[in-house]
Structures are given as structure tokens and as C-alpha cells.
Design a protein around this ligand. Structure first.
Ligand SMILES: [Zn+2]
Length: 255
């Protein structure tokens, strides 16, 4: 083989490697297919979340039990629908997890190469005003108000920010945009499935679990435990099945 053809072959190899590198280090890593979903049932153990007692119930209704039932249903639907996606729950029993524990698992879990993940936290609302009702979907604050340091010494090397050529600021923007997209997809899906429920909209808040998860994510408040009519729904398994399906459909749109 002549020197020229060796050089040509080498250049070809370098070109192919370069293209491979470009695809591995894509600019927006949140555009990679979602292959990991974290479902976080809010509260647990000695943290019962919001709770109420009602004349029609012989027991105290706790937010932690409703969120776990709902999470089990959402996980089951998503895992059945997408066998190639890893669906994890932050808890599968009635146990206490700190806010740190329940969301750091999201960025500490190594992802399959060139894939992304999303984080969905499930909650039930409460108000001192017993007529307050409806559902709402929260995302983290926009990066102009709160930036997150997306990786540190603990972050597995194959995780999201390492796929990207973007700066921390750009990653924050892209992660926020993906979160908003997921929030609107879920809001729309719940609204379609429960046309008579009050749609309180998509909101931003400085929510610790979403900040620590370091991934696109939302926190859903499905209904008010403090509203008697909605409390009656929250103990109805058919209602929870329908809500789980609506949430799963919303998530599916964002995949
Ligand atoms: Zn809660």
C-alpha cells in the first residue's frame, strides 16, 4: 500500500470517527430518546403529606398512600407500553425518603448511552379553603431565576451533561424547555381526560426535588385532598386508573 493510500485511509478513519464523535456529543442532550423515567410518589413513612379525615371514611386519608397507588399505576402503564424504557420508582413501599434521596437517584443512575431521562413527581394538593379544587403541573423556575449546577464529582461519566458540548447555562435552558413541554403535554392530557376538573395550569416554582433531579421534570398536583368531592374521587380506584392513564398519555407525548 502506497503512502498516499495509507494517508487516504487514515483520513477516512478520522472522518468517520469525527462524525461518530459529533453524534455522541450532540448539542442538546435532552433531544436524545428518553429511555429512563423516574416516577416519584410524594411523601411516605412518617411523612404522610397532606391528610384529612371525613365522615364518609373510617380512616385518615393520607397523601402518601394516594401518591403511591397512583405511581404504581403510572409505572405499570408506562412499563407495559414501553418495554425498552427503564421505569423506576423512587419508592415502592410506604417508607420515608428525604427530598435529597428521592431525587438524587435521578442523576446518580447511569443512563444507557445517548439517551435521556425524565423525572415525574406525584402529589396531592391541600388548602385551608375547602372549595379549592383542580389539578396543576409545576416545573422548576426558569434559568433566568434559578440556575442549577448540572454535574459534579458524583455524576456518572455517561450521564447527560457529558454527552453535550453545551455550557451549563445552555443545558439549563434546554432542560427547562423540555420540562415545560412535558408539563404542557401532561396538563393537556389530564384536561382532556377530566374535562370538568379545574385546570389550574402550568406553574413554575423553586421546587427542591426538581432542582436536585438535574433532569427535565415536573411535579403534578392531581387534585385537592382538602376538597370533599375530590377526596371522594381520590379514594376511587377507577378515578386513579383514569388519572394514571391521563398522566401516562401526557408523558408518552413527550417521549
Ligand atoms: Zn405533597
Amino acid at each position: 500500500m502506497s503512502f498516499k493510500s495509507i494517508l487516504k485511509n487514515k483520513l477516512m478513519v478520522l472522518l468517520i470517527l469525527g462524525i461518530a464523535q459529533l453524534s455522541i456529543f450532540a448539542s442538546n442532550p435532552y433531544e436524545f430518546p428518553v429511555k429512563t423515567i423516574f416516577i416519584d410518589p410524594g411523601h411516605g413513612g412518617n411523612d404522610s403529606g397532606a391528610s384529612r379525615t371525613y365522615d364518609f371514611l373510617s380512616y385518615k386519608l393520607d397523601e402518601k398512600d394516594i401518591t403511591l397507588k397512583l405511581a404504581n399505576k403510572v409505572s405499570f402503564i408506562l412499563q407495559s407500553r414501553y418495554p425498552d424504557i427503564n421505569v423506576y420508582q423512587t419508592r415502592i413501599i410506604d417508607e420515608y425518603l428525604s427530598l435529597q434521596e428521592r431525587s438524587e437517584v435521578c442523576y446518580l443512575t447511569p443512563l444507557p448511552p445517548q439517551t435521556s431521562c425524565i423525572y415525574i413527581s406525584l402529589h396531592v394538593n391541600a388548602s385551608t379553603n375547602s372549595s379549592a379544587n383542580g389539578f396543576e403541573v409545576f416545573t422548576k423556575l426558569p434559568p433566568s431565576e434559578k440556575k442549577i449546577i448540572l454535574f459534579d464529582d458524583q455524576t456518572p461519566k455517561q450521564n447527560i451533561p457529558f454527552f453535550s458540548t453545551e455550557s451549563n447555562d445552555e443545558l439549563n435552558e434546554d432542560m427547562y424547555e423540555k420540562s415545560i413541554e412535558i408539563a404542557h403535554d401532561i396538563e393537556e392530557s389530564i384536561s382532556e381526560s377530566f374535562p370538568s376538573a379545574t385546570d389550574r395550569g402550568v406553574k413554575n416554582d423553586n421546587l427542591y426535588v426538581l432542582n436536585v433531579a438535574r433532569a427535565p421534570g415536573v411535579l403534578i398536583e392531581v387534585a385537592f385532598i382538602s376538597n370533599e368531592d375530590e377526596a371522594k374521587q381520590l379514594i376511587d380506584d377507577n378515578y386513579l386508573n383514569q388519572m394514571a392513564l391521563a398522566i401516562s398519555d401526557g408523558i408518552s407525548k413527550s417521549l
